[in-house]
Design a protein around this ligand. Structure first.
Ligand SMILES: Cc1ncc(COP(=O)(O)O)c(C=O)c1O
Length: 400
């Protein structure tokens, strides 16, 4: 009898974490490495948020809290949804977990039965398919190429829906492409969903605040109120307030689902960190200047990186609407050989040779379900980004 579960054998470890670890190992061995693989803001958490956490410790807010969030945080989340998204929720419709990741996981664990299908537009955030597998469901990836802006079309969604579809996972702006759906593009999808009342929507709005130029962020239940009763609107403070280490994510949706998610959490981690919850209240209720400031910095970096990558032979880099990622395609690099002698048969070969020969760590497209491409996280300094792109240009120019 095997010791490890059959379920676990279907799941792969996170490739982004694996690449980041490899880059760290090379750096520790003395190599000059620029890691563009990790998905977190390079800024510090704003001071007012840190101060709130310190006050919470001093006030003894160091005990268990209600499993799925303190009343104060749930109230702040309701206010946020009303203020920023025009969505009305009561505290009983809100749940708080240890990061956005736990929220999504709770929802899938609480709802999936064997054979249930989950539609996931690809390229996707690496964890979606594996979380679905862990919860016993079947991921149904749908490829959305660069030609359609890495966005799912209404026809593709219609074709992917079967009687077994339970969830449609929607992520805008997207990790890994940065693609953001306009109101019209999202409306085309919600119109399809209206025709299929058995399909629920799990929208991951983690990058809501990181949108550029005049792009207007919208979320499904806002665009189509007819979907309110079968939409789980997920969000968190990790990316919006540079709080990745604090581990607070949240969601709002129908009360019965929220209760079921709390049940999963009550038998796994219990409440998210009490101090982090106090910090999250301040993040949501306090001054919001950080959001505006970080958005301006990320927009400048996006422009820098897109310009430099498009100057590299064989690379085409679409301009994303948001997040802090770009997802350039590399079809013209495949089949060539690098200056260091590696044959580039696929995007994993490209990323491996790039790391070994130039010290730049990126994540290959196959990890996100759409090849040949790679993802760069541009949440690092302009100087590092310029140097990394210069190395990528030289690497590409050396492909023969
Ligand atoms: C699209 C997306 N959703 C959810 C998460 C998870 O966020 P958290 O760190 O709050 O668990 C991430 C983090 O990389 C993400 O990119």
């Amino acid at each position: 009898m095997p010791f490890l579960s059959d379920t676990l054998s279907r799941v792969k470890p996170s490739p982004t974490i694996a690449i980041t670890n490899k880059a760290r190992e090379l750096a520790e061995a003395g190599r000059d490495i620029i890691a563009l693989s990790a998905g977190e803001p390079d800024f510090d958490t704003p001071q007012n948020i840190k101060d709130a956490a310190k006050r919470a410790i001093d006030a003894g807010k160091t005990k268990y809290t209600a499993v799925d969030g303190t009343p104060a945080l749930k109230k702040a989340i309701c206010a946020k949804f009303s203020r920023e998204n025009g969505l009305d929720y009561t505290p009983a419709q809100v749940t708080v977990g240890t990061g956005g990741k736990q929220i999504l996981y709770n929802a899938l664990m609480a709802t999936l039965n064997p054979g249930d299908e989950v539609i996931i537009p690809a390229p996707y955030w690496v964890s979606y398919p594996d979380m679905v597998l862990l919860a016993g469901g079947t991921p149904v990836p749908v490829e959305c190429p660069a030609q359609t802006g890495y966005k799912l079309t209404a026809d593709q969604l219609e074709a992917a829906i079967t009687p077994k579809t339970k969830w449609f996972i929607f992520n805008s702006p997207s990790n890994p492409t940065g693609a953001g759906y306009t109101r019209d593009e999202l409306k085309a999808l919600t119109d399809v969903l209206l025709r299929h009342p058995h399909v629920w929507v799990m929208t991951d709005d983690m990058y809501e605040h990181l949108v550029f130029d005049d792009f207007e962020f919208v979320t499904p239940a806002q665009v189509e109120p007819g979907l309110y009763d079968r939409t789980l609107t997920c969000n968190g403070v990790s990316k919006a307030y540079a709080m990745t280490g604090w581990r607070i994510g949240y969601a709002a949706g129908p009360e019965a689902l929220i209760k079921a998610m709390g049940k999963v959490q009550s038998q796994s981690t219990s409440n998210p960190c009490s101090i982090s919850q106090e910090a999250a209240v301040e993040a949501l209720n306090g001054p919001q200047d950080y959001i505006r400031d970080s958005r301006a910095v990320f927009q400048r970096r996006r422009d820098l990186v897109v310009g430099l990558l498009n100057a590299a032979p064989g690379i085409r880099c679409p301009e994303p609407e948001g997040a802090f990622y770009v997802y350039p395609t590399i079809a013209d690099c495949i089949g060539k050989t690098s200056a260091g002698g590696t044959r580039i048969g696929n995007d994993e070969d490209f990323a491996t040779a790039l790391l070994e020969e130039t010290g730049v760590a990126v994540v290959f497209g196959a990890a996100f379900g759409l090849s040949p491409a790679f993802r760069i996280s541009y949440a690092t300094s302009d100087a590092q980004l310029t140097e990394a792109c210069r190395r990528i240009q030289t690497f590409c120019a050396g492909l023969k």
